[in-house]
Design a protein around this ligand. Structure first.
Ligand SMILES: Nc1ncnc2c1ncn2[C@@H]1O[C@H](COP(=O)(O)OP(=O)(O)O)[C@@H](O)[C@H]1O
Ligand SMILES: [Mg+2]
Length: 386
């Protein structure tokens, strides 16, 4: 009797456990279903999140970091300005001039780099170039014109104001390569004690694809930051050639760069402290839009040096040499059709000849040999030479 009771109670508690077990198993099944659902939802959210992260980002530049930690940004392209916050981990990377990516809530997502990077890569900045007018042989008329158009507006703006005329806005130097265009621009900057900022049109177009217009804007911005500056756009034909209208993206990019340049020039006060110079080998190739009044409105041709100028240039580039009795007149006559750069290499070569034969002085024979060598090189380069 007692045994049965025990058996009975055993089987009843077994039953109880069985029921509990079933219940737990059911709960587990429920939870499994829930886990499955949540995993699915999680995947979905992850995808949405990635989607959001992949949303196009805007590029902006940090203008300032305010005391309360807010970041003052300027958006590139439309120049809109706004205040925003930055995530803690990005803070130390932010300083004025940093380029950042912002999402469409205008929060900073990442730091791209420093805006000055690209400036440094494309722009040559010289505080005050060493070259002076005394380093230029010949070109007396050119120097006079450049002084009037570029130097005096910087050093004596009063002259223009008194007479009530506007100085030309842009000065375009054109002439064969090596005739001294860059040299003149540097010498003017030296004499005017101005910052010299050089940008090469061909580098702008070929090396910095997609950045051209932005870099032009930065070029002018950089110039404005200085007390006195001369902007020198070398090889301007690379950005400003006659429109091709072939519809390729390359030329669309060049067009955008040119448009930006024109806009910058139009927005420029020609009485200000920034003068604009440009150089090209081919003035006839330039887009007429560049040559309109208020843009490059003063064209100055840089000719090949005549005999007198060649003589001067030879003397300039040999002035540090120990010379024997050298008849420069005759060398200048022999070096007909040479550019200033070629005359410079004639001097350098003559010096090298003397070094090679371990001479004490550079002699006439060294110069004669140097003329032949440099002429042959010019012929080998398939250039016109008589
Ligand atoms: N008229 C000149 N007088 C003295 N040196 C010259 C002259 N023209 C050119 N040179 C020399 O040739 C170098 C190259 O000239 P550069 O000014 O770069 O020519 P461009 O810009 O017209 O191609 C100069 O740095 C200078 O040494
Ligand atoms: Mg040059």
């Amino acid at each position: 009797m007692e045994e049965t009771a025990v058996n009975n109670s055993a089987s009843s508690s077994e039953l109880k456990y069985q029921i509990q077990l079933n219940e737990l198993e059911a709960t587990m099944l429920d939870l499994k279903v829930k886990v499955d659902d949540l995993t699915k939802e999680n995947g979905q959210l992850k995808r949405e999140n990635n989607q959001l992260k992949r949303m196009p980002l805007f590029v902006a530049v940090v203008v300032d970091i305010l005391e309360n930690g807010e970041i003052y940004l300027r958006q590139q392209g439309n120049n809109q300005e706004y205040l925003t916050h930055a995530p803690e981990d990005l803070r130390p990377l932010l300083k004025p001039g940093a380029k950042v990516a912002v999402n469409n809530a205008l929060s900073i997502v990442k730091v791209i780099g420093n805006i000055y990077d690209s400036r440094v890569r494309v722009m040559e900045l010289v505080d005050k170039p060493q070259e002076t007018y005394a380093d230029i042989g010949g070109l007396t008329d050119v120097i006079r014109e450049v002084r009037e158009a570029v130097e005096y507006p910087l050093t004596n703006p009063q002259i223009y104001a008194n007479v009530g005329v506007e100085p030309p806005k842009g000065v375009l130097l054109f002439g064969a390569p090596g005739t001294g265009k860059t040299l003149i621009a540097k010498a003017v900057a030296h004499e005017a004690r101005a910052k010299f900022i050089r940008m090469s049109g061909s580098e702008l177009v070929h090396k910095f694809i997609g950045e051209g217009a932005g870099l032009v804007r930065e070029l002018f911005q950089l110039a404005r930051e200085h007390d006195k500056a001369i902007i020198f756009i070398d090889e301007i034909d690379a950005v400003g050639s006659m429109r091709t209208n072939d519809g390729t993206s390359g030329s669309a990019e060049v067009q955008r760069t040119l448009m930006q340049l024109l806009a910058e020039m139009d927005g420029f006060d020609n009485r200000g402290n920034v003068r604009i110079m440009a150089a090209t080998n081919r003035a006839d190739m330039l887009d007429p839009a560049l040559l309109r009044p208020g843009r490059f409105d003063r064209l100055i041709e840089i000719p090949l040096p005549d005999k007198d100028a060649r003589l001067q240039i030879l003397k300039i580039h040999s002035r540090k040499m120990h010379l024997a009795d050298v008849d420069f007149e005759s060398i200048a006559a022999k070096a007909e059709n040479s550019t200033g750069a070629e005359l410079e290499s004639i001097c350098r070569e003559a010096g090298m000849m003397a070094v090679r034969r371990e001479g004490e002085r550079v002699e006439m024979a060294d110069f004669a040999a140097a003329v032949r060598k440099v002429k042959n090189e010019a012929v080998a380069e398939n250039r016109m030479y008589t």
